[in-house]
Design a protein around this ligand. Sequence first.
Ligand code: GDP
Ligand code: IMO
Ligand code: MG
Length: 427
Amino acid sequence: MPAMVIVGMQWGDEGKAKVLDALCDEIDIVVRFQGGANAGHTVYVGKERYAFHLVPSGILHENKVCVIANGCVVDPAQLLKEIDALHQRGVKVDGSNLKLSDRAQIVMPYHKLVDQLSEKRKEASGKKIGTTGRGIGPAYVDKIARSGIRVSDLLNPGFLRERVAARLDELNAVLQHVYGEKPLDPKAVADEVLASAERLKPCIADTAQYLNAALDARKRLLFEGAQGTLLDIDHGTYPYVTSSNSTAGGAATGSGVSPKRIETALGVVKAYTTRVGAGPFPTELLDAQGEALRQRGGEFGTTTGRPRRCGWFDAVAVRYAVEVSGVDALALTKLDVLTGERELKVCTHYTVDGRMLDRFPADLSLVERAQPVYETLPGWSETLDACRRFAELPAAAQAYVKRLEQCSGAPVRYIGVGAARDALIRC
Ligand code: GDP
Ligand code: IMO
Ligand code: MG
């Protein structure tokens, strides 16, 4: 397994970090390739909880190198905050184990401001996306519009100041005339960002070169996806998505490693479904059962603390996610959370206006009207935390996993039975 990508199969928060953490012994380098501090990746080491936003979750392991590659949007102040918090807990983070791409884009203070202002404005018309407010969308907008500021610009302050002034020349007009805000001072903005530069300098590198050389030297790479397939800018429930490619293809463009070298894709999927923020969610449970899943699963956002919307397993969505990322195997997480449910439902198809649909549609109005067609399976009452082999699971849990495997179209290789590092069954 020289290079494997881990991808979320639903709307994020599938437990990607926990799975990655469990696989860390088998790898040398962990790479974030898209997104930014919108991600919230939780890992438990004993009773200690670590929440990562920008720093790859592999950082807890000694002798691993973590890379924030070119496809990411990086908020320097947030990155330093995370590094400081890790230092305080005795985790070493420096240029030897954290590498930041010189081609990554910087999330500027005005990106966060515009993210929040734009959401507020959309709220009035009921069209809010429910973003994390971390400036992700506006940072990617500037990247694509060729107005972005890159990490390499931190090393060239004169150029950075020019770029910030040029961007604010336009943006200040929007801030004043669209949002009724005061204009921003280019010097103050540039000073704020450059203040972080000194401390980040030792981490800045040409990470594409580093990763390709590492592959040549037979190092093993793990690409840590953030968000999930249904939040992908191209393949997700557009416009209720994030602004990057969170599917497997993003690992190549987002890192400068050829897709030919990324051999395996592991899809991480929850044994039920959750979503944070707005947008359609066909199998959502708006009743007491949804609330029960939320409480038992601790389904509250790692980044924003918002309650996650909960629902049954949606095999239509997962089949689509398996296809889009060419997923070889699945890691099924949070099976333990389903303990105690008398019956479990799995959505195998939708009906829309009386017609059957077994493929996740592009047209959002179809997703909004989709009625899930459910199969009902028996539940189990035994706790699963201590199970470490598939055969130790109750028969009903085994049957549930087998059914999910069949209707998702990929084999289940790992099963999560708790948040703890070792609460994982390898099938
Ligand atoms: P990520 O964004 O995909 O890395 O997922 P998050 O960290 O945002 O959310 C997943 C949550 O579920 C975290 O609090 C994990 O500690 C927890 N978790 C992961 N796998 C399991 C599991 O198999 N069982 C239980 N009970 N919790 C899990
Ligand atoms: P991880 O990596 C769940 C959601 C937001 C919102 C939409 C757009 O922890 O799985 P953004 O701030 O990206 O512009 O928000 O995407 N979202 C996530 N939901 N998990 C995440 O990351 C998410 N990152 C963004 O809630 O609906
Ligand atoms: Mg998360």
